[in-house]
Design a protein around this ligand. Structure first.
Ligand code: NAP
Length: 225
């Protein structure tokens, strides 16, 4: 699989981790130029090499978080919330005009099955405040586990909710999510980010209660077209 020039390029900051790697693999397999970012450029290069080898593609590359951001149209932040701020400071100088996707949830640091609302209203709002008008921030993928993403050859049942930025940006993100085999829906403005980010706590509680790993959500009563 070679890069398809019709697709935007995707940076996955923290694509060395479980969730980021699974997302990067889906984009790379779908022909997106996929740039894995890491605090260690050599770690990112190794991860991209492993990804290309595992999936028989040539679409992934690896570099530092800042270089990955500079190269991409769309930047996925696949890093833990607690470690995010130094990374945002690192990539800010090259973030102008980018779409930034936050995938982190608003969870109690001590007990992740409990929601904790971010003082800014949501993590997405905190990130948007940090970048100001220079970048467009959306939330997506909060409610989809690596275990679900790793079902590379199956239809994914979980839906992804996209919130934040403007309608045109949300439609663009829904379009690329559809291309990696996942149904996604426009769930409104950044004011709704708190809903998406805190729902993860309920899904984690469900995972614990029902001894599973991949509890997700699926909308009824709406068509994605
Ligand atoms: N796991 C899930 O079920 C799930 C589901 C949906 C969304 N998410 C979200 O996806 C994001 C990544 O989750 P994950 O489970 O893949 O996380 P992870 O494996 O703990 O971390 C992902 C990557 O982030 C970087 N990182 C780790 N700790 C860091 C720190 N303290 N400061 C800065 N960078 C750090 C590392 O990359 P480098 O060392 O290469 O820089 C690491 O490979 C999180 O925001 C999480 O909330 C997770």
């Amino acid at each position: 699989m070679l890069v398809s020039n019709n697709n935007p390029s995707i940076a996955v900051i923290g694509g060395t981790g479980k969730e980021g790697y699974a997302l990067a693999a889906r984009f790379a397999k779908a022909g997106f130029r996929t740039i894995i970012g890491s605090r260690s450029a050599s770690k990112a290069v190794n991860t991209a090499y492993n990804l290309n080898t595992e999936f028989h593609v040539l679409t992934a590359e690896g570099c530092s978080n800042r270089e990955a951001t500079a190269k991409a149209d769309i930047v996925i932040l696949a890093v833990p919330y607690d470690g995010m701020m130094p990374i945002l400071e690192d990539i800010k100088p090259v973030s102008t005009g980018k779409i930034i996707i936050n995938i982190a949830s608003s969870l109690d640091a001590e007990k992740k099955s409990r929601a904790r609302i971010n003082p800014a209203g949501s993590i997405a709002k905190e990130i948007q405040n940090f970048f100001g008008a220079d970048a467009k921030v959306v939330d997506a993928f909060q409610n989809i586990s690596p275990e679900q993403l790793e079902k590379y050859d199956e239809k994914i049942e979980t839906n992804v909710l996209v919130v934040g930025a403007d309608r045109e940006t949300r439609d663009k993100i829904i379009g690329i999510i559809n291309k990696i085999g996942i149904d996604a829906y426009d769930a409104g403005s950044i004011q709704n980010a708190v809903v998406v980010e805190t729902m993860t706590a309920a899904l984690i509680a469900i995972n614990i209660r029902y001894k599973t790993k991949g509890a997700g959500i699926r909308l009824v009563g709406v068509s994605s077209s």
